[in-house]
Structures are given as structure tokens and as C-alpha cells.
Design a protein around this ligand. Structure first.
Ligand code: PEP
Ligand code: MN
Length: 375
């Protein structure tokens, strides 16, 4: 059960103390405090865990200091969508809003290789009005002999250049808690010219200890990618690990499932799950067409499969797109064969707009005919 308190309630005040004391004294109930710091107000929610079936919703809703009470289903208590749940489906980070109704493209390098390539990429993004990118510094690789990423050595120039080119958010994978500290230090050292969305890759979706550490920090939002060999439910529970530790600024990423049935694509594209994740949870949903499709093959219509997969995800309501580009894919140290060319950026962004317009038209159509959305 989630007890939503009056905005900006004083946690040292008498009202809060009494309310908390009352709830904590209920038999077989534990109370956990959860705070959301917005731009204008702080929202405090109390999670009642334990024998909540015996509690009266009306009784708790009538207590002084309480605005609303939501009875949650057992799954995804914090990130889930529950009956009569009007909690927000968006969050702000570094001036960018991420929600179930927004759309941002994170085009960029799968792996940072040279300062020149980073700068060329960022310049192209600025020319096209983009404020988000992806930049891999820590790369989880199948072979121990493969390039593992430049790690903390590239962070100073990546952050400095991102600031120079007006980038507000960089999606960057981390595979160990030390990377979180390195990113934090490098950002501070360079005067916080940009922001970072920490990415948990598909290989770490169920690295619960890493999830707990990343969930305990509130400085950076998190992009959690779906595990490539586990159920959707298991991956959504992984996202809930982040929120249960305190960080509910989580974007859920679909990146395809490992299966030979997806051949000749690298993974089996799973973007039909975009609306499923939005229905079950309040998380914005990201698609990664590059790691799903994994090739630059094109259809007889002339459109690359990556363009098609992107459009499929967006027309289904995706909120974020993570996509590999590279100024010189032949020299890329990771995933060159799936990288789009900088000359394709304008066309790609146009295609994104076309698909987004189609999605908005579909939504307007369903709203005007008042067809129930089923939740
Ligand atoms: C990536 O985005 O660079 C990546 C490694 O993705 P995934 O974890 O989905 O394989
Ligand atoms: Mn990659």
C-alpha cells in the first residue's frame, strides 16, 4: 500500500512524526519512506509492506497529512501501474523530461575510440538539434581479448566536448560500482558540463548487487536494458530493484532477445512489448534498434532494417531510442557493422518524426472514438 502525503511535508514536524508513528505501530506492517524531489516540490510517499490486506484504505486516507492511498498489486510496487494510481509517469533530469509521452533519440558511439570521433559525432548531433547521445566507455565484451573500452581515461574529453556541443544527457553503460564513482568524479572535475544516464546492459540485468548500488544513488537516472535470455517479468523485477533502493528515475530498454529464430538479425526484435511495459509500469520505454537488428542490411524498399525496427518501436509509443552511429564504422573498435553513418543522421531523424507523427495520429484517433485502453 502506498500512502501519498501532502507535498513538501516537513519530515521533522509533528504532523509527520505522528502519522509515521501511527502507521509504524500497525500490526505486522513495516513502513518505508520514499521521496521524489521535483523542481517545485518534494513528494513523500510511505510504503506499507506486510499484512496490508487487513488495513482499511478509508481509515488511512482520512489520517492528517495524507492526500491519497493506493493499494498496490504485489508486482512492481513502486514502478508498476496500479488501480486508481495517478502517480507521475515522467521525471526530469538535467533539463530533459523523460516520460511515457516524450521521445528522445540518443544517437552516438557504441564505444568511444578517439577524441576526434567523439567531436565529429557531437558536432553532427548539434547541427541536427539533438541534446542527448550515447557514448560507451566501459564495454562488456564476449571475448576477454576484445577492446574493453577506454574507461575513465576518456571521460574528461567526452564530458568536456559534450558540454561544448550542448549535450544534456549521455547514456553510458557501467558494469561495476567503481565506474559510477569514476563518472561522478570526472563530471565534478570538469564542472558538470553535461549529465549522464547510467546504463545497465543486458548482461547485467540481473546483477542484483550492482542494481542495489545504482538504485541507492539519486544523482543519475538509469536505463535498464531487458535481459536477453530472461522473461519480461524478470527484467521488470530487475527494474524494481533500482526503485526499491530509492531511485525510481528508471527507463526500461528493449534491445531484442537472444534467439536463433531472430536470424539473420542479431537478436529477435521485441518492440511489440513497448505498450506492454507502459501498461504494466510507469516507466518510459527505450528501444535499441542497433543491438536488436545488428546489421546494416536494407529491404528492397531501400530502408535499412534498423530504420524499420526504429519506426516499429516508435509507432508503438517508444519514448527513447538508443542507436549506434559512427563517423568511420570501418575503424570502429566495437559494433562497426551495425553503425549508421553520419550522412544518414538527417534521414534517420526524419524517419523518427514520421513514425512519431503516425503514433500521435493513432492516439488521437483512439481518443476521439473513446475506445477504452483497457487500463
Ligand atoms: C550497448 O548498448 O552498447 C550494449 C552493449 O547493449 P546490450 O547491453 O543491450 O547488449
Ligand atoms: Mn554495441
Amino acid at each position: 500500500m502506498i500512502v501519498i502525503l501532502e507535498p513538501n511535508i516537513d519530515k521533522n514536524g509533528e504532523l509527520y512524526r505522528r502519522l509515521f508513528g501511527h502507521l509504524a505501530a500497525l500490526p505486522n506492517i513495516q513502513v518505508r519512506t520514499h521521496e521524489e524531489h521535483g523542481i517545485q516540490q518534494t513528494l513523500t510517499e510511505l510504503y506499507l509492506v506486510g499484512d496490508t490486506a487487513a488495513l482499511s484504505l478509508d481509515h488511512i486516507a482520512a489520517l492528517p497529512g495524507v492526500v491519497r492511498v493506493v493499494r498496490v498489486s504485489r508486482e512492481y510496487r513502486i514502478l508498476g501501474r496500479h488501480k486508481d494510481d495517478h502517480r507521475p509517469t515522467a521525471f526530469d533530469y538535467n533539463g530533459v523530461r523523460f516520460g511515457q509521452d516524450t521521445l528522445h533519440v540518443f544517437a552516438g558511439l557504441c564505444a568511444v575510440d578517439t577524441r576526434e570521433h567523439v567531436e565529429t559525432m557531437l558536432r553532427a548531433l548539434r547541427e541536427h538539434g539533438q541534446v542527448c547521445t550515447r557514448m560507451g566507455a566501459y564495454k562488456p565484451r564476449t571475448s576477454p581479448y576484445a577492446f574493453q573500452g577506454h574507461g575513465k581515461n576518456c571521460l574528461p574529453y567526452v564530458f568536456e566536448l559534450a558540454g561544448n556541443y550542448g549535450i544534456k544527457v549521455i547514456a553510458m553503460e557501467i558494469t561495476h560500482e567503481s565506474h559510477l564513482n569514476e563518472i561522478h568524479e570526472a563530471l565534478q572535475h570538469s564542472g558538470n558540463p553535461t549529465g549522464v544516464m547510467l546504463q545497465i546492459g543486458t548482461r547485467n540485468t540481473q546483477n542484483f548487487e550492482l542494481l542495489k548500488i545504482v538504485g541507492r544513488q539519486r544523482d543519475y537516472p538509469v536505463l535498464l536494458k531487458r535481459g536477453f535470455g530472461i522473461t519480461l517479468e524478470e527484467s521488470l523485477n530487475a527494474a524494481e530493484y533500482l526503485a526499491s533502493e530509492g531511485n525510481s528515475k528508471v527507463v526500461f530498454g528493449l534491445r531484442g532477445m537472444k534467439s536463433h529464430f531472430g536470424d539473420p538479425h542479431r537478436n529477435m526484435v521485441d518492440f511489440s512489448h513497448v505498450p506492454v511495459v507502459k501498461r504494466l509500469t510507469r516507466m518510459p520505454v527505450c528501444i535499441d534498434p542497433s543491438h536488436s537488428v545488428g546489421t546494416r542490411a536494407a529491404g528492397p524498399d531501400g530502408l535499412l532494417d534498423i530504420f524499420h525496427a526504429t519506426a516499429q518501436g516508435i509507432i508503438a509509443g517508444a519514448n527513447m531510442v538508443l542507436v549506434d552511429f559512427h563517423p568511420a564504422p570501418n575503424t570502429a573498435l566495437v559494433d562497426g557493422p551495425q553503425a549508421l553513418l553520419l550522412g544518414e543522421l538527417a534521414h534517420y531523424l526524419d524517419d523518427v518524426r514520421i513514425a512519431r507523427n503516425a503514433y500521435e495520429q493513432r492516439c488521437a484517433r483512439v481518443a476521439s472514438t473513446a475506445i477504452s485502453r483497457g487500463y
